[in-house]
Design a protein around this ligand. Sequence first.
Ligand code: DQA
Length: 143
Amino acid sequence: MKILVINGPNINMLGIREKDIYGEKTYSDLVAFIEKSAENLGITLECFQSNSEGDIVDKIQAAYGKTDGIVINPAAYTHTSVAILDAIKAVNIPTVEVHLSDPDTREDFRKISFVRLACKKTIKGHGFEGYKMALEYLKNGSK
Ligand code: DQA
């Protein structure tokens, strides 16, 4: 099983940005954690991070016919991007939305998720563990 993990803008700044919300660990720590989780589940993994909306759309389109599942933390684009929503709908690949924090308990503008409309599940507020939960969910046939 092949899964693509996509992280959006400023996730590369983990360990530097708003440590009270996102913690001390870095993006490299996150990738290492996801890689280990995937290995334990027998999943073939690709991790991708971009600060650009168009690059994320391109990556989702390129996954068409090649990937069994997508785990995406669109970060700030969660709350703004119809383009990422449409790309997930276009490829019709089972997708799980993940957030490190729980956006629903933060500012009002974070309560809106466009991407959620195309996702099988949303996992929020579990930190790194949320990505593992998403991989498990997809591995178990997104039931
Ligand atoms: C985030 C939550 C978003 O609101 C925010 O813009 C992020 C990270 C999270 O993982 O908690 O950059 O997606």
